[in-house]
Design a protein around this ligand. Sequence first.
Ligand code: MLT
Length: 410
Amino acid sequence: MYIANQNFARLPESYLFSEVARKIKEYKAASPHVDVIRMDIGDVSLPLPACVVEAMVKAAQEMGRSATFHGYGPEQGYPFLREAVAEYDYRARGIDCIEADDIFISDGAKSDLANLGDIFGQNLRPAVVTPAYPVYIDSNVLSGRGGTLQNGRWSGITYLPATPQHDFAPSLPAEGVSADVIYLCYPNNPTGAVITMERLRQWVEYARSHGALIIFDSAYEAYISTPGIPHSIYEVEGADEVAIEVRSFSKTAGFTGVRCGYTVVPRRLKFTFVDGTAANLNRMWSRRQCTKFNGVGYVVQRAAEALYTPEGREAIRENVGYYMRNAAMLRTTLLATGAEVSGGLDAPYVWFRPAEEGDSWTLFERMLHRHSISSTPGVGFGREGEGWLRLTGFNTEQLTIQACDRLRQP
Ligand code: MLT
């Protein structure tokens, strides 16, 4: 019986980071004496902040007593966490248009970025700034919007290349080019580039005048230190009518293994169904979550809530500072080796083209075999990434120092 989703056959066999992990495992099996320093997937190394652990223990104890036990929670997230997000991530930063009802707590940015496709029309055209986090394209391919793959390009996707010549800032789609749902990620994964307020305004203006929706992935906003760089798309007036924002606690608070993030689907978004009648994306996303998701566990949501206490916010500042010192170290070291380097200033990723050139997978193998450092091959983020590699600042300081020593060796 032809029951299998044909779109799976169209995708490359393995997900980028799984392929990288497989190659590292193979290498380690063949060279068991070598210590590989992991700088590929953006997985954090610092433990959970003490206030988070305390909140988890307290919540777990509540779960162990019948008077305070929690069963199914609201699919959209507990009000205490939705309120904390609205208060501290938006209102306290001068953004008044976002309220608790616009916020949906989830098990992380990756799932939401992939699942949002459920509330979009089948025949729309996604537009992706490349190089890009692979989930944007892969998830659209799985839901049938990819078309066919030729030369590293899906026929159903509009590509908005971000090149080093333009500081990795893509141009707006040219007139006549379709871009219905536009994926923007800033600070950018993988290039580490940031977007200026003026440029972000132009994107919002574009979306408003062309009936497009922006999905703004701001999972790395806490890493911005340059004043004036926007942390949220809702800093731009009118963005709440055209943009969804996706965030994560993974990279700021060590939640890669805990799993918690949130997505903002404002009630003011203005879109229609194909027959022209008004659609309420906020209600649709809520409906989607009710059908397919039972919400994030109570213990995890209490853990995330603790990040909004003074201790929690201080812990995030410390974590971010720690990883950014690592990223800066990598950036300086790579520059000294003659590599062309982006990122590592307002983002935990360092994106570079080594002086000794090659295609990305050759560079990946060379880095692994010569320096015992694992990286992510740039081409895994799209054709524009060919010849580039990505390293992360998320390992420990000690191992980052060691990695820099290795990188200085010929
Ligand atoms: C990355 O390395 O790009 C991210 O860690 C992947 C992710 O967040 O899923």
